[in-house]
Write a protein that binds this ligand. Structure first.
Ligand code: GLP
Length: 241
């Protein structure tokens, strides 16, 4: 695991964006693993600035989101389909037809999740996966106790995750109770994983993921099993390392 500690959140976004840009320059039809949440927003801003200046073209790349809520309409502004369209596909000029988000409204969830894993495999696998980390160590929505070999599936959100994400909803009761998420096993198949974290609130989770024992209680620790994992954090998020 490579750990890069940088002074500010903006530096984290820029350096992570450098990694993604170099993958896309080498392989314009790269498959990008896309994360939601606040952590990757500086990456997307940095990539969008390069696209706007003509320095980068992401139009041939495809993308797979990590996760999606179950139980809110697709057009809800906080569905991850909406977030990915607003924060990633539009600003980066990606082709919406090449970007997929798990279908949280599918009538047959099992079929939809199996189909999602199949689609990733058929696309040739993820070249570079962007990840944030929850304060409880979750990656994607793989909450503590998730199996390291799990595949894309439905999960119950931990109460602490629902509380953390209540900031995106008008009423805390509106936060969905369930989600679909790529499994830890799915995520570990990406050729390169890049985890970003900023702020003191992530310091314990970062330390547990990077230096703690391999444990299903800290899903981020699964990245210790990956051959090419890069963790990029600001000084506050690195303060417990
Ligand atoms: C979210 C997402 C994760 C994200 C994590 C941290 O709810 N499902 O992919 O990494 O929780 O969120 P944030 O980056 O907003 O702190």
């Amino acid at each position: 695991m490579e750990i890069i500690i940088l002074p500010t959140p903006a530096d984290v976004g820029r350096v992570a964006a450098d990694l993604i840009a170099s993958v896309v320059r080498a392989k314009p039809a790269a498959v990008l693993g896309l994360a939601t949440g606040s952590s990757p927003l500086d990456i997307y801003r940095s990539l969008a600035a390069r696209v706007a200046s003509g320095d980068l073209d992401v139009s041939e790349a495809s993308g797979f989101a990590l996760d999606e809520y179950v139980g809110i309409p697709l057009e809800h502004p906080e569905s991850y389909a909406s977030v990915i369209a607003r924060d990633v596909v539009g600003p980066l000029g990606m082709d919406p037809a090449r970007v997929r988000v798990p279908d949280g409204r599918a009538a047959d969830i099992e079929a939809a999740t199996a189909d999602y894993d199949r689609a990733i495999a058929e696309a040739g696998g993820v070249d570079i996966q962007i990840l944030g980390i929850g304060a409880n160590g979750h990656i994607g929505f793989n909450e503590p106790t998730s199996s390291f070999s799990s595949r894309t599936r439905i999960k119950t959100l931990a109460p602490s995750t629902r509380e953390a994400n209540a900031r995106f909803f008008d009423d805390p009761d509106d936060v969905p109770t369930h989600c679909l998420t790529q499994g830890l096993g799915t995520i570990l198949e990406a050729r390169h994983v890049v985890l970003v974290a900023q702020g003191a609130g992530k310091a314990d989770a970062v330390a547990a993921a990077v230096e703690g024992p391999l444990s299903a209680m800290c899903p981020g620790s699964a990245l210790q099993l990956h051959q090419h994992a890069t963790v990029i954090v600001d000084e506050a998020a690195a303060s417990r390392l």
